[in-house]
Design a binder for this molecule. Sequence first.
Ligand SMILES: NC(=O)c1ccc[n+]([C@@H]2O[C@H](COP(=O)([O-])OP(=O)(O)OC[C@H]3O[C@@H](n4cnc5c(N)ncnc54)[C@H](O)[C@@H]3O)[C@@H](O)[C@H]2O)c1
Length: 273
Amino acid sequence: MNNLLHFPDGSSRVALVTGAAGGIGAATAHALARHGAQVVVTDVEQASLTALAASIRAAGGEASACALDVGDPLSWQQAREHVQATFGNLSILVNNAGIDVVRSVADTTLADWERLFRVNSTGMFLGTQCFLDDLHVAGEAAGVRSSIVNMSSICGNIGVAFQTAYCATKGAVRMFTKAAAVEFGALDRMVRINSIHPGTVDTAFAAQCLTELGEAGFAPSPAEAREAIRAAHPIGNMAQGDEIADAILFLASDLSRFMTGSEMLVDGGYTAQ
Ligand SMILES: NC(=O)c1ccc[n+]([C@@H]2O[C@H](COP(=O)([O-])OP(=O)(O)OC[C@H]3O[C@@H](n4cnc5c(N)ncnc54)[C@H](O)[C@@H]3O)[C@@H](O)[C@H]2O)c1
């Protein structure tokens, strides 16, 4: 435990992570708590949330679990009430929840398209809107800007076959983030906002995606799809969740205090080629 996420007066920042039951979200919640934040872990998967909060507390951190469907404005309001009642004003919002579908353009249904936008893009917009005033108030009170970290992907920067809907949602995250950063500057909001763009991360999400690529015949087999993805990262492997969590920690903390509207690639060199 260290105090990277304490305010200058020594008090803890309050953080909320969406999709915290998943691979990157859980690693991020642990990292933020380990560095001194009081963390509200949220997800639609409630069963594993309680265990996650308990494991953070067992490691000496502070955490609370709260159900949150990021596509539902009412659910966000309930999460806001939970945060206020449990820890106070939010200082760090990590819009991490996300889903994927592996389909050609021809086979992507309108329902697929809308389901992905609801979670990946609308969820980020609703969360930013819901907590913006609280983030600003916390930033003003502490004299340091609050931080929003939006989960994009390399798919927000480059095109990937059979993931057109997913790429579109992640591109929306990237550009919303930039426009919001410019607006927050114009309105003197004490809030920074940046997007993070991982390469492939070895989570249930990636495993499902690789299986679907293999099953759909877009790759010879799931195993070969996995090997091809691994080899496509010049660093020689997929990322682990904690490697992305450390980058999110940087964006959440004052170490990145001059960054807003930035897109942070954490992709093992994937897009450098
Ligand atoms: N794994 C990768 O290769 C990779 C690469 C780049 C970006 N990302 C992004 O990182 C984020 C996390 O991915 P992960 O790999 O940890 O996936 P994951 O599947 O392990 O976790 C995603 C979590 O989001 C939750 N979720 C789904 N719908 C939700 C909703 N409506 N409201 C709230 N939560 C919901 C799921 O329950 C799950 O716990 C996603 O936005 C994903 O697009 C992942």
